[in-house]
Design a protein around this ligand. Structure first.
Ligand SMILES: N[C@@H](CCC(=O)N[C@@H](CS)C(=O)NCC(=O)O)C(=O)O
Length: 206
């Protein structure tokens, strides 16, 4: 198997934290996204969404979308400590919080970053006002996380899960938008500090 990625990017970080949690090593190929390595016909043949990460299986089939890749390994190597949850209720809570963090947090932060910095203006139309609006929406999402973390040790409840991975990657990424927990978001700040001590996260932070 081979993982096509760019280790510093948020989507690759999500997969790499997950793989570190599971103790999985893979062959890797790094792409230079800004130079447009992912825009080639050769790469587009591997990646339905034309982005990294992409997992290429030994039989040549490929998977893109970071959480689909994580789910593949979760099913391939079953564990009683699945990061996608254990009981029916816990699986649904992980799914719920994961979708909340992804749809209201990480993907909105991507829109903010891409439209404000215009980093990929060679391949997409950038709307600065949309970037600023998205940045504001990320700020307005943080109280949801603060409330949840004031009542539970982890984002989806009692156990570390893929929802913590996405929330952590979002929180580390929004530093580029000059967003951080404010003085009232103490529980979010404490959770962030705890996440930064996890070996799987220390390893991607280098
Ligand atoms: N929803 C996708 C997002 C993938 C994505 O946006 N990857 C970025 C890096 S974080 C990328 O490849 N950007 C290059 C481009 O947009 O051309 C996932 O979770 O895998």
């Amino acid at each position: 198997m081979k993982l096509y990625e760019l280790a510093m990017t948020p989507s690759a970080r999500r997969v790499n934290i997950f793989l570190n949690e599971m103790g999985i090593e893979l062959d890797r190929q790094s792409l230079n996204l800004r130079a447009g390595d992912n825009l080639s016909d050769e790469f587009k043949a591997l990646s339905v969404n034309g982005r990294i990460p992409v997992l290429e299986l030994d039989d040549g089939q490929t998977l893109c979308e970071s959480i689909a890749i994580c789910r593949y390994f979760d099913e391939l190597i079953p564990s009683e400590h699945s990061l996608f949850g254990r009981s029916a209720l816990e699986k649904a809570q992980v799914e719920m919080w994961h979708r909340i963090c992804e749809l209201q947090g990480l993907l909105v932060a991507f829109q903010a970053f891409r439209n404000i910095t215009k980093v990929y203006q060679d391949r997409e139309r950038c709307v600065e006002a949309w970037g600023e609006e998205s940045r504001q929406r990320v700020i307005e999402f943080l109280p949801t996380l603060e409330k949840q973390l004031s009542e539970h040790p982890f984002v989806a409840g009692q156990h570390f899960s893929v929802a913590d991975i996405t929330a952590y990657v979002m929180m580390s990424f929004i530093k580029h938008l000059e967003i951080a927990p404010d003085d009232t978001q103490v529980n979010l700040g404490k959770w962030l500090a705890t996440m930064e001590q996890r070996p799987s996260i220390l390893a991607v932070n280098g």
